[in-house]
Ligand binder design. Structure first.
Ligand SMILES: NC(=O)c1ccc[n+]([C@@H]2O[C@H](COP(=O)([O-])OP(=O)(O)OC[C@H]3O[C@@H](n4cnc5c(N)ncnc54)[C@H](OP(=O)(O)O)[C@@H]3O)[C@@H](O)[C@H]2O)c1
Length: 244
């Protein structure tokens, strides 16, 4: 098969590319570093592609920017898929994203709506935070010398295991919404971030803060945890960290 990976250089995208190749398929890498801008469509060529796995992302705290990004990327991909006769669009969402009022999630909700309403047959997998999430949020919010980490419960999953599931789904027929994928254990984000900082030698005092408002409540009250019926990966956060 020929499988295009949107966001091929990202935290999960690089694993998706590895798994695509390990399974004997041809990978088409889509990211700006590969000369393809999925917002404008510049450089995008899906000739001969059988399936697209979309794991592109942006980092923003603005709902408007998030909707603009995920809206543009999804529409750009769908138009190119229709033009090239691609028969399967596989998208990655986030467990709990429609129940937690977070600016970034506004784009994720729009992305799912567009995929579901689009003309290209689709599959949507939702996953919990990746183990890499701890490193992604370390230092993203600071106050003077302090590194702030929100009080948050998560059931993080290895990005490699998410990638394996996404490729398995792309190899099959479009399946609509499939069971969520989470990790094996509930974790507290501040512990994950502290363990990551200790492991990598990252400096700076880490302070746990309750995030304000309804989103802060959703982070603390388990809104982002998998519901019964979710599939669970096997690698724990500590096992993943030991291998970094
Ligand atoms: N991180 C998590 O814990 C988590 C959990 C569940 C689901 N997800 C979902 O998984 C997906 C991937 O997340 P991630 O954390 O792996 O993302 P990431 O590490 O931030 O990677 C983002 C990818 O998107 C590409 N990209 C950004 N803007 C682009 C543009 N204009 N055109 C083409 N490519 C562009 C980036 O490459 P260039 O910079 O080279 O363009 C990069 O390859 C997202 O949909 C996210 O919502 C994430």
């Amino acid at each position: 098969m020929k499988i295009a990976v949107a966001g091929a250089t990202g935290a999960v995208g690089r694993h998706v590319v590895d798994v695509v190749r390990e399974h004997g398929h041809e990978a088409v890498l889509l990211s700006r570093a590969e000369g393809v801008d999925l917002v404008s469509g510049a450089g995008l060529d899906l000739s001969g592609v059988d399936a697209v796995i979309d794991v592109a992302s942006t980092s923003t705290q603005s709902g408007e920017e998030s909707r603009a990004f995920f809206g543009a990327v999804t529409r750009t991909l769908q138009a190119a898929e229709l033009a090239a006769g691609v028969g399967h669009h596989v998208s990655l969402g986030i467990v709990g994203s429609s129940d937690a009022p977070y600016a970034y999630y506004a784009g994720k909700v729009l992305q799912e709506e567009l995929v579901e309403g689009g003309a290209v047959p689709w599959t949507i997998l939702r996953a919990t935070q990746f183990h890499e999430f701890a490193s992604q949020i370390h230092g993203s919010i600071t106050a003077g010398p302090f590194i702030l980490v929100p009080k948050m419960v998560s059931q993080p999953v290895a990005a490699r295991e998410v990638a394996e599931r996404l490729v398995q789904l792309a190899e099959g027929a479009p399946a609509g919404r499939v069971p969520d994928l989470a990790g094996p254990r509930v974790e507290h984000m501040p512990r994950m971030v502290r363990a990551w900082a200790r492991h990598t030698g990252a400096r700076g005092p880490i302070v746990t803060v309750p995030a304000p408002g309804p989103f802060g409540k959703a982070l603390r009250d388990g809104t982002l945890l998998p519901k019964p019926g979710a599939d669970l990966g096997t690698q724990t956060y500590d096992e993943w960290l030991a291998g970094q």
